[in-house]
Design a protein. Structure first.
Length: 132
């Protein structure tokens, strides 16, 4: 059990374990990428995303989860996002994360639909915690 439990007064406290972030880097990014990031072993909650680009001006992308990578899936943000931050990247938390509850067995993947300039690298990390 990945959850930590302890007794405090008359209540049991439960903290969910945080999983290792799923990460990807796409070199020479194009407007038609499809990259599988990983699979959720257990029902989870996505807590944060962090993305950035190196080179170019921007990348339009989606982070999606679902049972079938060839299907539409559920967009974590609810709509496509544009990453244009080359210095520090962009971290997104709720309310910028619209759909954050992948089920056990769901895949997480990234797609791109537009690129401006010559993007050498597009990188994202997706942080989640396992639901109690």
């Amino acid at each position: 059990d990945e959850n930590l439990k302890w007794r405090s007064s008359n209540a049991t406290q439960v903290i969910s374990a945080t999983s290792t972030p799923m990460r990807f880097t796409i070199a020479s990014t194009t407007a038609s990428e499809l990259v599988a990031l990983g699979k959720f072993d257990k029902a989870s909650t996505i807590t944060k995303t962090a993305c950035n680009i190196v080179g170019g001006t921007s990348v339009t992308y989606q982070l999606v989860y679902g049972g079938d990578i060839s299907a539409a899936g559920t967009n974590v943000y609810g709509a496509s996002q544009v990453e244009s931050n080359t210095a520090t990247g962009t971290e997104r938390f709720a309310p910028h994360l619209a759909n954050v509850a992948p089920s056990a067995g769901n895949w997480l993947w990234a797609t791109t639909s537009a690129v401006s300039g010559t993007v050498r690298y597009f990188h994202c990390e997706v942080f989640s915690k396992i639901n109690p």
